[in-house]
Write a new protein. Structure first.
Length: 387
């Protein structure tokens, strides 16, 4: 830290001090400063207790206990000139102790703090309501019933010291990598004449690293959410195909007799013309059947599609309804399909959609069988002539 001399256009270093030479103590000074100005740690915090020792079967006490804006408990451990080599272990112990605290216990802990340090003691019911109202106001919640506090392993660790040993910073960085929300703040006193300044810097993670970590966490959360959604969909599809194939095997439609259930949204079966499979399609909002022209040659695919399209009226009359003819000019493949809107993932309606698949595919195969055979012969003749 430097001062600026405007007249000489020079800077001058402000003298750095230590807490010990200034005569400051951890409990009377650093702890009190943070208790009354927790925003010095870079965010809005609600201090709910200090020197908290309400742990069963232990006499240990943590320096400051707070809530953040998400309702997470924040354990704040303060050290003066040296962090000490055991501060991380100490903080982790406190976090483990606090992990079991219920919403009611947290409100009671905060009320004890209010009654003792803010001299606002009332009868038990009124006093408890006062702590509740302050928590609700801090979290912008209408009432305590809608407040979520200390969920799962959401406890956060903040360590404050003038200097951090390498074994502490190394452990803190490793814990960050394991998903533990831990921060280290370096507190440095400076003097200028009679004035004393306190500088508080977050050193782990650095603000830049924290922004990057938030981005990475969001990305990981998105990926995990996507993974869960896909896994659920895969399970749903597999179950649907299991039931559908059982119905098909007991019907006159034999296309899918040797097909196994799949996690995919489609199930294919041969049509007799290589590269042109039939398919059952199962989507969240739609069920569908199709005949796809998906040979390696785009020219072959368009030839087969055009050959069948020339017989469109005959095919649709046999099928009993209008089909969708998708030549897909900009793609290698083409497709003929028939669709129906459906609440596909509603298992109560699966018998209806399975029957729809069976009925439509039976008619579809019958309507296309003869035209496909002729298309196969025509394609073979074309390729022989070109060859």
């Amino acid at each position: 830290m430097f001062t600026v001399d405007y007249q000489s256009n020079r800077i001058k270093a402000v003298k750095t001090k230590t807490f010990s030479e200034l005569g400051f103590t951890e409990r009377k000074h650093l702890q009190e400063w943070l208790a009354h100005e927790p925003s010095a740690l870079g965010e809005e915090l609600l201090i709910i207790q200090k020197e908290f020792d309400g742990f069963d079967d232990t006499r240990e006490r943590l320096d400051l206990l707070a809530l953040d804006k998400d309702g997470n408990l924040v354990i704040i451990e303060n050290k003066l000139d040296d962090s000490g080599r055991d501060v991380v272990w100490q903080s982790l112990k406190y976090a483990s102790y606090c992990a079991s605290l219920t919403k009611l216990q947290i409100v009671e802990i905060f009320q004890q703090y209010i009654n003792r340090y803010e001299k606002n003691a009332n009868d038990s019911e009124g006093a408890l309501a006062d702590a509740s109202s302050q928590i609700c106001e801090f979290l912008d919640a209408p009432d305590l019933d809608e407040v979520k506090l200390n969920l799962g392993n959401s406890q956060r660790l903040m360590m404050v010291a003038a200097n951090f040993r390498k074994e502490v910073t190394s452990t803190a960085l490793w814990l960050l990598g394991q998903g533990i929300n831990i921060q280290c703040f370096k507190v440095t006193p400076h003097s200028l004449g009679e004035q004393l300044f306190i500088n508080i810097d977050q050193i782990i993670p650095t603000p830049e690293a924290k922004e990057l970590m938030i981005g990475i966490s969001a990305k990981e959360a998105e990926e995990k959410t996507t993974e869960v959604v896909l896994k659920n969909r895969h399970n749903v599809r597999h179950q649907y195909w299991e039931q559908a194939l059982e119905v098909f095997q007991n019907s006159s439609c034999k296309l899918f007799n040797n097909i196994s259930p799949s996690k995919d949204h489609w199930l294919s079966a041969g049509s007799g013309l290589s590269g042109c499979p039939y398919a059952l399609v199962f989507l969240q909002k739609e069920v569908r059947i199709w005949l796809q022209q998906a040979r390696t040659s785009k020219e072959d695919n368009k030839f087969v599609f055009d050959f069948l399209y020339e017989r469109k009226d005959q095919i649709e009359e046999s099928f009993g309804d209008t089909l969708e003819w998708l030549r897909l000019e900009d793609k290698k493949s083409s497709r003929i399909q028939y669709s129906c809107n459906a609440d596909g993932f509603n298992k109560d309606h699966w018998p209806e959609w399975i029957q729809w698949h069976l009925n439509q595919m039976t008619k579809f195969e019958k309507a296309l069988k003869a035209p496909l055979q002729k298309a196969s012969e025509a394609l073979k003749n074309k390729n022989q002539v070109q060859g």
